[in-house]
Design a protein around this ligand. Structure first.
Ligand code: NAP
Length: 255
């Protein structure tokens, strides 16, 4: 048992009541999504960790052994209407509500590894990247909105990227990825206006350049510290922050 888990149990035993957050995370099989799942579970929250192939998500399986009922592992390919519908019905049947939706699943290119450079661009790459990174977060938010309607402090967090900031763009390349994140930023801002009356906070967060399969081993930020910081940022959010583009340290990022 890790230190945070032990601390959590001691606090509960000492009479500190912790109000559990219910979180749905996309792309939880590895990288940032898996680390979100671990850290939220560690502090006693309930996580619906979704991924494309649960049968291959060995790390999630391990967490299931430690956290039992606090972890629900579900199949969700964010680009599949059928997969979304099946999960939505399942969550409705179980009367699940969520306080926090984290649209985290993302790809760097159509082949999910190297981004294609100018001179080698191909249409299918753009189609796939936009479907996963820009279109899916808004459609997932639309689909799962009813689960967020009657809870306290509902939040939608879209994991964006500094690459999607037009103002900060100084380099070339990464056409599909960076423009898909710029589109995600616009979706975030527009959705925040849509849901403001319902007091649902919607933000885009840049996680930093993080050591994951996508970020690579030269990334300066460790996974654990990026996610710990983002969780602090998410905890601190209120409806006054809706529509913001923030980084993992709560700095506002220019669009
Ligand atoms: N790492 C960084 O430095 C960095 C920087 C800025 C922004 N971000 C953003 O942070 C998010 C997570 O990135 P990461 O670094 O953790 O990437 P990663 O290690 O490559 O993990 C990506 C995750 O997305 C999932 N995914 C991809 N396509 C999916 C689909 N169609 N349906 C469901 N899940 C899908 C993958 O699932 P499988 O295991 O099934 O492939 C995997 O769990 C992304 O949105 C990324 O753009 C990362």
């Amino acid at each position: 048992m890790e230190f945070r888990q032990i601390l959590g149990k001691i606090l509960i035993l000492c009479g500190f009541i912790y109000v559990m957050t219910r979180i749905l995370i996309t792309g939880a099989s590895r990288g940032l999504g898996l680390e979100f799942t671990k850290q939220y579970l560690d502090r006693g929250d309930f996580v619906i960790a979704t991924c494309r192939q649960p049968e291959k998500a060995k790390e999630l399986e391990k967490l299931q052994k430690d956290f039992g009922d606090n972890l629900e592992i579900e199949e969700l390919d964010v680009t599949s209407e059928k997969s979304k519908e099946i999960l939505y019905q399942k969550l409705l049947d179980k009367s699940f509500e969520i306080n926090l939706l984290i649209n985290n699943a993302g790809i760097i290119s159509g082949n999910e590894k190297e981004s294609s450079s100018f001179g080698e661009l191909y249409k299918e790459d753009f189609n796939k990247v936009f479907q996963v990174n820009s279109v899916s977060p808004i459609l997932i938010s639309e689909k799962f909105l009813p689960l967020l309607k009657n809870v306290s402090e509902p939040k939608i967090v879209n994991i964006s990227s500094m690459s999607g900031s037009i103002s900060n763009r100084t380099r070339s390349g990464g056409y599909a990825y960076s423009s898909s994140k710029a589109a995600l930023n616009m979706m975030t801002k527009t959705l925040s206006n849509e849901l403001k009356e319902m007091e649902i906070t919607v933000v885009a967060i840049h996680p930093g350049w993080v050591k994951t399969d996508m970020g690579g081993e030269n990334a300066p930020l460790e996974l654990e510290s990026s996610i710990t910081s983002i969780i602090n940022v998410i905890d601190s959010l209120s409806i006054a922050d809706t529509g913001k583009f923030l980084d993992w340290q709560r700095n506002e990022v220019q669009w």
